[in-house]
Design a protein around this ligand. Structure first.
Ligand SMILES: [Ca+2]
Length: 175
C-alpha cells in the first residue's frame, strides 16, 4: 500500500483506504510540497526509516500497514524465575514499538499479568531484535540477552541486561 496527497495537495492519506495518517515519520525538511503527483516512501537508504516524497514513476520501497491499532511488533518470549515472590514465574515479551522504534522487553507476572518491569534494549531505530534468552549470571541473578541486528551493517550483537534493574551487563558482538 502507499500514501500520498493525490486528492488534495498537502493532505496525506493512504491511497487504498483514503484514511488520513495517524502517524508519520518525515525526514528533515519533508514533505516537500511541489506541483505534480507525489507519493511517500519509507527510507532512501538501508537503515533510513524516515519518510520522503518522490514522483510516482520512481521505483521505491513499499510501506506495509498491519495490525491496525497495534503499535508493537512482537518477536518472542521467554520465562524468568519468580521475581516478585508470589510463587509464579514471570514471562518476558520482546517487541519493537513501531512508533518510537524502541526495542523493549516487558516482564509480566504469569499469574496476575502485572507488569514487573520494562527494559529498553539498543538505540531506537538503529537495530531490530531477532531473539530473546534468559540466563543466570554468576551471582544467580537472571540476565536477559536480546539479539539485535543493526539496520545498516546487518551485524548482530547480543545485548545482555540485568532482568531486575535493566542495567547493561555486556554487549557481545557476534560477527
Ligand atoms: Ca511472579
Amino acid at each position: 500500500m502507499g500514501g500520498g496527497d493525490i486528492a488534495e495537495q498537502g493532505v496525506w492519506q493512504w491511497l487504498t483506504t483514503t484514511e488520513p495518517f495517524s502517524y508519520s515519520s518525515w525526514g528533515e525538511g519533508e514533505p516537500l510540497i511541489a506541483n505534480g503527483q507525489y507519493i511517500i516512501m519509507g527510507g532512501r537508504n538501508p537503515g533510513d526509516t524516515n519518510w520522503h516524497v518522490a514522483k510516482q514513476e520512481r521505483a521505491v520501497p513499499f510501506i506495509c500497514e498491519w495490525g491496525g491499532a497495534a503499535y508493537k511488533d512482537y518477536v518472542g518470549s521467554a520465562f524468568l524465575d519468580d521475581m516478585n515472590a508470589n510463587g509464579y514465574p514471570e514471562i518476558a515479551t520482546l517487541y519493537t514499538d513501531d512508533v518510537t522504534g524502541q526495542v523493549t522487553v516487558q516482564i509480566n507476572d504469569s499469574n496476575t499479568s502485572k507488569v514487573i518491569s520494562t527494559i529498553a534494549f539498543g538505540t531506537p531505530k538503529q537495530s531490530f531484535p531477532k531473539s530473546i534468552a534468559v540466563m543466570p549470571n554468576a551471582a544467580g541473578i537472571q540476565d536477559i540477552a536480546v539479539l539485535l541486528i543493526n539496520y545498516t551493517t546487518l551485524k548482530g550483537t547480543q545485548e545482555i541486561r540485568d532482568a531486575a534493574t535493566g542495567k547493561l551487563v555486556v554487549s557481545v558482538p557476534i560477527n
